[in-house]
Design a protein around this ligand. Structure first.
Ligand SMILES: Nc1ncnc2c1ncn2[C@@H]1O[C@H](COP(=O)(O)OP(=O)(O)OP(=O)(O)O)[C@@H](O)[C@H]1O
Length: 239
């Protein structure tokens, strides 16, 4: 295979037989997963099904946890959580630049803030930003690192419904511009369908359903929603 072809088809993340357990209880039970470079994937599952455990394993931030399996992941990985994790004693720009150096860092940080709609707020304190703005700053902090892989664990879970809609549009736009591979953990079936091109359902410690999303067609959203709710064993009918 020619090197450039290999690069195009090589998955950004390759997991084989990933197992994780806590106190003898198996949470991930031999997960096999390939995330192609540049794909936007969402991961759904019931509370406690192991979504965050899987994300942390891919991020390499589960040191000391019992488990096995092989993982290949890119070098530049950014993680966004439900809580922005901005340092309250630093202004927004230094928060975004945390740990970065180089003489163009400040310029890159300003550009990232402008891209998420926070141009002009560089000197604000985190406490002066709304929840949605704090998550925008968290996205800017990820973006400025030019990640090949963006891992997002319920990044909009604490936001109100209208802010979430705006953040969906922003995340999708950032993805279209920069094309990192994205793995978005969410409880929200609609969020998964609106944002992702592929939706995975984690059940019994493995990937149960692996759905490619093609949003064309008038009833596409409703049809995917039905399939995903069924896979999750959730009924919208009154009992
Ligand atoms: N550090 C830990 N020590 C002990 N148990 C843990 C630890 N981390 C996760 N678990 C357990 O592993 C299971 C999966 O947790 P995880 O947070 O991955 O689930 P989740 O699908 O992300 O849930 P939620 O959607 O509620 O965030 C849960 O039962 C949890 O209690």
């Amino acid at each position: 295979m020619a090197p450039h072809t290999e690069q195009l088809t090589r998955p950004a993340v390759r997991l084989r037989g990933l197992t994780r357990s806590f106190e003898g209880r198996t949470v991930l039970d031999g997960v096999d997963l390939d995330l192609p470079a540049g794909q936007f994937t969402a991961l759904l599952g019931h509370s406690g099904s192991g979504k965050s455990t899987l994300l942390r394993a891919i991020a390499g931030i589960d040191h000391g946890v019992a488990g096995s399996g092989t993982l290949t992941a890119p070098e530049r990985v950014s993680v966004v959580f439900q809580d922005s994790r901005l340092l309250p004693w630093r202004r927004i720009l230094p928060n975004v630049l945390l740990g970065l150096d180089g003489k163009d860092a400040g310029e890159r940080g300003r550009a990232a803030l402008a891209e998420v709609g926070l141009g002009g707020r560089e000197r604000a304190w985190p406490s002066e930003l709304s929840g949605g703005e704090q998550q925008r700053a968290a996205l800017a902090r990820s973006l400025v690192r030019e990640p090949e892989l963006l891992l997002a664990d319920e990044p909009f879970g604490a936001l109100d419904a209208l802010t979430r809609i705006k953040m969906h549009a922003l995340l999708r736009q950032l993805w279209e511009r920069h094309r990192p591979s994205v793995l978005l953990v969410t409880h929200d079936v609609d969020e998964a369908i609106v944002l992702a091109d592929r939706v995975l359902v984690l059940e019994d410690g493995r990937i149960g359903l692996d759905l490619t999303v093609d949003r064309d067609g008038p009833d596409a959203h409703r049809a995917y929603r039905g399939r995903l709710l069924k896979a999750l064993g959730v009924s919208e009918d009154a009992p």
